[in-house]
Design a protein around this ligand. Structure first.
Ligand code: IDP
Ligand code: MG
Length: 140
């Protein structure tokens, strides 16, 4: 199924000059880049992005970190995009991520794991809408 998903290169990925490397992987895999933005998230946007984690011990740290410096937000489209992007990102903790995944190759620790990828159809729709508005609608 052709899907859209939301991806974000986290602050330490941008700072370390990994934008081209990371976006290139998705391009070479055959995904179409539908939207792309270099932006700094407000605290409110960061809280909404990570709403599901509100109340967890790492929530405040996570929100501060993700809104501390510019990120690159982007939307890709292609066959099975949601699950494939999650596989390409790798496990949350880079030490547990499979070799060759983005997090295994570039992740620093469980928080600074370089990339975010939506984890389901619902999350993808919600997160695309949060960052790119109308693009969440497949027929636009
Ligand atoms: P995911 O990004 O692989 O979907 P989630 O569990 O949804 O992982 O967590 C969202 C983000 O919160 C992670 O990518 C990471 O940046 C951060 N995070 C997750 N677990 C921890 C933790 O135990 N300590 C600190 N940060 C964490
Ligand atoms: Mg998640």
């Amino acid at each position: 199924m052709i899907e859209r998903t939301f991806l974000m290169i986290k602050p330490e990925g941008v700072e370390r000059g990994l934008i081209g490397e990371i976006i290139g992987r998705f391009e070479r895999k055959g995904f179409k880049i539908l939207a792309l933005n270099l932006t700094r998230l407000s605290r409110e946007q960061a809280e909404r992005q990570y709403e599901e984690h509100r109340g967890k011990d790492f929530f405040n740290d996570l929100v501060s970190y993700i809104s501390s410096a510019p990120v690159v937000t982007f939307v890709i489209e292609g066959e099975n995009a949601i699950a494939t992007a999650r596989e390409m990102a790798g496990a949350t903790d880079p030490r547990q991520a499979r070799p060759g995944t983005i997090r295994a190759d570039y992740g620093i620790d469980v928080q600074r794991n370089v990339i975010h990828a939506s984890d389901s159809e619902d999350s993808a729709r919600r997160e695309i809408a949060l960052h790119f508005g109308d693009l969440a609608n497949e027929d636009e």
